[in-house]
Design a protein around this ligand. Sequence first.
Ligand code: 5GP
Length: 186
Amino acid sequence: MDKNSMLYQDIESELLITREKIAERVRVLGQQITRDYHDRSLVAVSILKGSVLFFADLIREIDVPLTIDFMQASSYGDSTESSGFVHIKKDLDRSIEGKDILLVEDIVDSGRTLSYLKTMLKKRGAASIRIATLLDKPEGRQVEMEVDYVGFIIPNAFVVGYGLDYAERYRNIPDIGILRPKVYQQ
Ligand code: 5GP
């Protein structure tokens, strides 16, 4: 997508993370995960919908046998602030008992979503659970949460693009940018 696209008018003109930087970092994360799981196989779980672009790119950089599955938990709805409630909208298709799980998330903010999911999957008997997130907003943290693989640490702003939405839009922007406040203040 060209940067003159209409979609870019709704994000700050200085991009937070360009598509080139994303690709570079995803490659490094994939190599790190490959090293850590070199003698194992894993189940990569995409937390829908925001992580799908990151997920698709990341698993192609992980050179160990893996299967994929999907989960969806509600988060912000159409707002830019976390509701604090976690609701499972779509559960995994297969049992994870005895499996090594890599949860792939778009962004960790308060930490509530992942903390809830991790506890839930542990109870189901996963052998191990690690977390990979493309973005981390440590300033927003409300619950303690250990994240194993982080793409980028970002400031406390509302970002869209590369899978991340506002009211389901902007996911198809290839870069990551800060949403202009006029979009959600009108
Ligand atoms: P947490 O439970 O950590 O507060 O929220 C994580 C979820 O909130 C993410 O998966 C994402 O859906 C949403 N979220 C948090 N910050 C942002 C942001 O800056 N932009 C977008 N688009 N979603 C966000």
